[in-house]
Design a protein around this ligand. Structure first.
Ligand code: 5RP
Length: 232
C-alpha cells in the first residue's frame, strides 16, 4: 500500500522542516514511515547537541529508529498528551483536512498519538496530494472479525483486500496482533461520513482515515523546497 513516487529529497525536506518546530522540553509523537523517519533522525542529531525532548513512538519501527537516534522515550501507555506529533501520510487532501494513513499498518497507534497532540504536523512529499482522496483505506481488524468486516465494507461501497506480508507467508500482522484490510472506495467525496461508518463497524480496531486531526501540512519537493499549509 506504499506510495513510492516521492523522492527521498522531498521527504527529507518535509521531515526536517517539521522537526525544526520541536522545542526544548517538548514531548514529541514520532510517526512511522520513510518521511517521518527523516524527522526522527534530525531530532536525534539535535538531541546529541543538547535538545531536551521525550519521544512517544507510534510503532515498533519508530521506536527502534528513535533508540538508534538517541531520543529518550516515554511509553504510549503512560502518556495522555504530547506537545507535537510529526507523522507522514499516504495521501492528503488539504481542503477537507483529511488523510489516508496506514501504509505501514501503524495507523491505530498513530491516531492515538495524533489525537493526543497539541499540534499534529503532517509531513509528505508532493506526490501525496490529492483532492478528493482516492487511496485504498487501511482498516485494522480483529482476526476473528475479518469475514464480518469484509461484508460490512462491501455494504459501505468498498472493495477490501487482506494485506499480505512480503517476506512471510500469509497476512501482515500489525504491532497490535491484528490483520489489515486495504479497502478501495474510489473517490472519497465525504471522508468524515466514511470515517464514522468505519469507526462504527464492530471488529474494526482502527481505520486509516484521519479527518480534522492535522494542524499543519509540510509538503516537500524534489528541489528541497517545503510549502507549509495550515489546515485549521
Ligand atoms: C504508516 C503511515 C505512514 O506515515 C504512511 O504510510 C506514509 O509513509 P511514507 O512516509 O513512507 O510514504 O501511515 O502507517
Amino acid at each position: 500500500m506504499k506510495n513510492t513516487e516521492g523522492t527521498e529529497a522531498a521527504k527529507r525536506a518535509a521531515g526536517e522542516a517539521a522537526a525544526a518546530e520541536v522545542a526544548d522540553g517538548d514531548r514529541v509523537g514520532l510517526g512511522t514511515g520513510s518521511t517521518a523517519a527523516h524527522a526522527i533522525r534530525d531530532l536525534g542529531e539535535r538531541v546529541a547537541e543538547g535538545l531536551d525532548i521525550e519521544g512517544v513512538a507510534t510503532s515498533y519501527q519508530s521506536r527502534a529508529l528513535a533508540r538508534e537516534a538517541g531520543i529518550p522515550l516515554a511509553s504510549l501507555s503512560d502518556v495522555a498528551r504530547v506537545d507535537v506529533a510529526i507523522d507522514g501520510a499516504d495521501q492528503a487532501a488539504p481542503e477537507s483536512n483529511a488523510l489516508v494513513k496506514g501504509g505501514g499498518a501503524a495507523h491505530a497507534r498513530e491516531k492515538v498519538v495524533a489525537s493526543a497532540a497539541d499540534e499534529f504536523l503532517v509531513v509528505a512529499d508532493d506526490s501525496k496530494l490529492a483532492d478528493p482522496l482516492d487511496h485504498p483505506v487501511p482498516v485494522e481488524v480483529l482476526s476473528d472479525a475479518v469475514a464480518r468486516v469484509e461484508r460490512a465494507l462491501r455494504d459501505a461501497g468498498g472493495d477490501p483486500t487482506l494485506r499480505e506480508a512480503e517476506r512471510k507467508d500469509g497476512p501482515v500482522i500489525t504491532d497490535n496482533g491484528n490483520l489489515v484490510l486495504d479497502c478501495e472506495f474510489g473517490a472519497i467525496d465525504a471522508p468524515a461520513s466514511l470515517a464514522r461508518t468505519l469507526s462504527g463497524t464492530p471488529g474494526v480496531v482502527e481505520h486509516g482515515l484521519f479527518v480534522g486531526l492535522a494542524d499543519e501540512l509540510y509538503v516537500g519537493e524534489a528541489d528541497g523546497a517545503v510549502a507549509v499549509r495550515s489546515l485549521k
